[in-house]
Design a protein around this ligand. Structure first.
Ligand code: PRP
Length: 206
């Protein structure tokens, strides 16, 4: 694989990455007019569009040299790769939230937490030496306290609008999130010049 191959998270991150690439002067027309194609050419590298977890899988297995993915996915999935650059977009945070005006910590029973991010939630409560029961939910986690399924949620908060609309509020911030550039460990050595050149270009427009 001579050309650099970059795994790019589909959706919001894809759009913000295109904006960054266009600031550098890269022609992104293939991504913008991709249709159903999954591997697109951008200048002298290829872009593979993927779901967040898969971006990390492709980097770990070395089928892509570079990846652009949210810190939320990196922190939840973990893995062996280099995290080299904070791209400065996709800013949000992980937070513990529950019903407005309800003390999450009141009472002595084991609390139940609904989340799409069980590893983040587990390590947050482990750091507090707190035993919790975690229920994995795939999306719209905010509904869990309303249904009485959970005492609280660990989730991504961006504007906070979803929490407000569902009568919830942040109780504690857990971690800041933004989009990151990650690099396969072998590619970093074998394609160092190309990768450093790419990183410098990104740094110049962040
Ligand atoms: C995320 C997150 C919250 C929402 C927060 O969900 O899980 O639900 O965004 O954004 P806000 O603070 O700006 O309201 P996403 O839209 O990614 O969908 P999901 O719930 O299906 O994961």
């Amino acid at each position: 694989m001579n050309r650099l191959r970059l795994a790019l998270t589909k959706g919001r991150i894809e759009k913000q990455t295109i904006a960054l690439f266009e600031k550098i002067g890269y022609d992104c027309s293939q991504i913008k007019e991709k249709g159903r194609r999954l591997i697109l050419e951008v200048e002298d590298f290829d872009v593979l569009l993927a779901k967040p977890d898969d971006v990390i899988t492709y980097i770990e297995y070395g089928v892509c040299d570079l990846g652009i993915v949210g810190k939320d996915t990196i922190a939840e999935k973990d893995g062996k790769f280099y995290e080299v650059l904070d791209l400065g977009f996709g800013k949000c945070k992980f937070a513990l939230a529950n019903k407005k005006n309800v003390d999450f910590y009141e009472g002595s029973g084991v609390k139940t937490i609904a989340t799409k991010y069980p590893n983040i939630a587990r390590s947050f409560f482990e750091s507090k030496n707190m035993d919790v029961r975690i229920i994995k939910i795939e999306g719209s986690v905010e509904v869990a306290p309303i249904l009485g399924l959970a005492d609280g949620i660990v989730d991504i908060v961006e504007t906070g609008n979803t929490l407000v609309a569902n009568g919830l509020e942040v109780k504690e911030d857990i971690m800041d999130i933004s989009s990151r550039l990650i690099v396969n460990t072998a590619s970093m050595k074998l394609k160092m010049d190309k990768i450093n050149n790419f990183i410098s270009k990104l740094e110049s427009v962040i």
